[in-house]
Unconditional design. Structure first.
Length: 199
C-alpha cells in the first residue's frame, strides 16, 4: 500500500511565501486524497505491493488504469514538490558543480530562473513545471495534470513546482506569476536538485 510521506518541514516553514493554511489544505486534503484513492484502487489486486514508481509506470502504459495513474502520479509529484521547496538558506545555496551546469545549459542562473517562471506561466490549465536532466543536459519543461517525467527513463527530475490552482489560490488568488516568482526567488531547494543530479 502507498503511504502519505511526512512533510520535510512543519506547516509554517514556508511562510510568508506559502501559508500554513495552504499547506494544510494542499497536503492534508489534496495529496492525502490521492493517497487514499490510490490505495482503494490497488486494494486486493496484484498491484497492492508495488512501490510507487513501478505502480505509476505500470498504470501509465494501460489506458484502463488512467484513474490509478492520475492518483498515484499525483502522490509522487506532490512528494517531489515538497522536497523541492525549503526555507533553509543552506539548502537554497547552489553548489559550484550545479551552478557550472546551469551556466553551461542556460547561460546563467537568472536565465534558468526566468525560464522556470515563463514555462510555469505558459502552462495552460493544471500541471507542473520541472527542472530535469535529460542525457546530461538540463531542461525546463511542463507537464499537464498528473503527467510526470518519471515515466520516461531518459529523464531525471531535479526540481518541480506545482501550478495547479490549489497550490497557490489561497495565497495568490489567480496570480500564478507572483506565486512562481516568490518560489523561484525564495524557496527552491538546490541541495535537493544536486542530490538528484548525482543519483
Amino acid at each position: 500500500m502507498i503511504r502519505l510521506h511526512p512533510l520535510p518541514y512543519d506547516f509554517k516553514a514556508l511562510e510568508p511565501y506559502i501559508s500554513e493554511k495552504t499547506i494544510r489544505f494542499h497536503y492534508g486534503k489534496h495529496q492525502a486524497g490521492y493517497v487514499k484513492t490510490t490505495n482503494n484502487l490497488i486494494n486486493q489486486t496484484e498491484m497492492e505491493n508495488m512501490d510507487l514508481k513501478n505502480l505509476i509506470v505500470t498504470a501509465a502504459s494501460d489506458t484502463v488504469l488512467t484513474k490509478l495513474f492520475n492518483n498515484s502520479a499525483q502522490v509522487w509529484n506532490h512528494q517531489f514538490y515538497w522536497n523541492s521547496l525549503t526555507s533553509d538558506l543552506e539548502k537554497r545555496s547552489i553548489s559550484n558543480e550545479l551552478k557550472n551546469i546551469i551556466d553551461r545549459d542556460f547561460g546563467s542562473i537568472n536565465n534558468c530562473l526566468n525560464q522556470i517562471i515563463e514555462v510555469g506561466i505558459n502552462q495552460f490549465g493544471s500541471g507542473w513545471v520541472w527542472l530535469t536532466s535529460e542525457k546530461g543536459t538540463l531542461k525546463i519543461t511542463s507537464t499537464t495534470n498528473a503527467q510526470t517525467p518519471i515515466t520516461q527513463y531518459s529523464i531525471k527530475p531535479l526540481l518541480c513546482i506545482d501550478v495547479w490552482e490549489h497550490a497557490y489560490y489561497l495565497d495568490y488568488q489567480n496570480n500564478r506569476k507572483e506565486y512562481l516568482t516568490q518560489i523561484v526567488n525564495n524557496l527552491l531547494n538546490w541541495n535537493f536538485a544536486s542530490q538528484n543530479i548525482n543519483n
